[in-house]
Design a protein around this ligand. Structure first.
Ligand code: PMP
Length: 375
């Protein structure tokens, strides 16, 4: 028997069992090479095939147009906060526009400030505890000719807020998107964006890989105020097919297996339908007990990937005690990594592609059981 837990972790997160099995089967002898992928040279024929197939499959899944490069870089999402500035700000006489909708876009804006960019905050929903997205009529976008780029986070992993429509900015302004926790959960209109990036450890594969999709004409086109370290310049990766230095070969291999798994399931439209169903079930279960559970994010922007909620006491306030009890009962039922982010508290169920609908059904059953025994 497998003894696998239902893993609701926000990242590193669940990986499909069939992918893990395939990685396991190749562990001692990958394709007759006599070694594991971890041990292969990144300059070997075998690795080159893995690498190029992963890029090609990702291009197919996301329908990436020819004029965009697909890169595997390192440093995680947090390094991208800086790399975006280094690659797109240019000489610094322009403003950068940030949509601040949660912890991750807030951090990205802070990094841009740290590097000397003039940051204009188009919206900032912090005073409302990051529970909604401000409507377009209230955005304070900068004049397009003065804007180096606009930036948003498609899904705020901590606060559970997701953009289901691409923010509308002037077509002359490059739009940058942090898609770390929603990439591959649904199709993305690539051409609306200049640059999309995602850390792998949520919906792609193991941590250590970061995917960048960038319009080729922007590569090296905007020299920063100071020379940029080669490893933070996306052109370095594009010129060398992401093999300028040693890439995270194992992570790219496993990510490639996930891409094949998704292609085998029919791609992202089917995945979106499943993800919509999974999230709807869970929100509906929580909403059915408004005196006990509070999923605070506004309906239209509730994340399909990270469902956050509080457990309320008799006084209608979040109760640490009841939340502990909920988590304990969940663990007893093999549902793990449900604790909310340390900055937000409460409960968070991350239900990425690799969390099967059966796992969500188990969680829904526990939500209902808990409600019935509590009140
Ligand atoms: N952006 C988002 C949306 C994230 O969820 C995270 C990590 N949870 C990051 C950026 C930072 O990624 P990393 O930990 O890979 O630096």
């Amino acid at each position: 028997s497998l003894n696998r837990a239902w893993n609701f972790g926000a990242g590193p997160a669940a990986i499909p069992v069939s992918v893990l099995r395939e990685a396991q089967a190749s562990m001692l002898d990958y394709a007759g090479s006599g070694m594991s992928v971890m041990e292969l040279s990144h300059r070997s024929k075998e690795y080159e095939t893995i690498h190029n197939a992963a890029i090609e499959d990702l291009r197919r899944l996301l329908d990436v147009p020819e004029e965009y490069a697909v890169l595997f870089v390192q440093g995680g999402g947090s390094t991208m906060f800086a790399s975006v500035v280094y690659n797109l700000l240019g000489s610094g006489d322009k403003v950068v526009d940030y949509f601040v909708t949660g912890a991750w876009s807030e951090k990205a804006a802070q990094e841009a400030k740290l590097l000397g960019a003039q940051v204009n905050t188009v919206i900032n929903t912090k005073s409302g505890k990051f529970r909604s997205i401000t409507s377009k009529s209230e955005w304070t976008l900068s004049a397009p000719e003065k804007t180096a780029y606009a930036y948003y986070c498609m899904n705020e992993t901590v606060h559970g807020v997701e953009w289901f429509e691409t923010p509308e900015v002037d077509p002359s302004v490059p739009l940058v998107c942090d898609a770390s926790s929603t990439i591959l959960s649904r199709p993305i209109p690539i051409r609306r964006h200049a640059l999309i990036y995602a850390g792998a450890q949520k919906n792609i594969g193991p941590s250590g890989v970061t995917v960048v999709i960038v319009r080729k004409d922007l590569l090296g086109a905007r020299p920063f105020l100071h020379p940029v370290p080669l490893m933070l310049n996306f052109k370095t990766y594009a010129d060398a097919n992401s093999l300028y230095n040693t890439p995270p070969t194992w992570g790219i291999y496993v990510s490639g297996l996930v891409f094949k798994w998704l292609l085998g399931l029919g791609g992202l439209e089917g995945m979106e339908a499943i993800n919509t169903r999974k999230a709807s079930k869970l929100y509906a279960a929580l909403d059915a007990y408004p005196k006990l559970f509070q999923a605070p994010v506004a309906g239209p922007v509730r994340s399909r990937m990270n469902v956050v909620w509080r457990v309320l006491g008799e006084d209608g306030q979040p109760s640490d005690e009841l939340e502990k009890e909920f988590l304990k009962g969940a663990e007893a039922r093999r549902m793990v990594q449900l604790k909310g982010h340390r900055s937000a508290g409460g409960i968070r169920a991350s239900i990425y592609n690799a969390v099967p609908e059966e796992g969500v059904d188990a969680l829904v059953a526990w939500v209902e059981e808990f409600a019935k025994k509590s009140r």
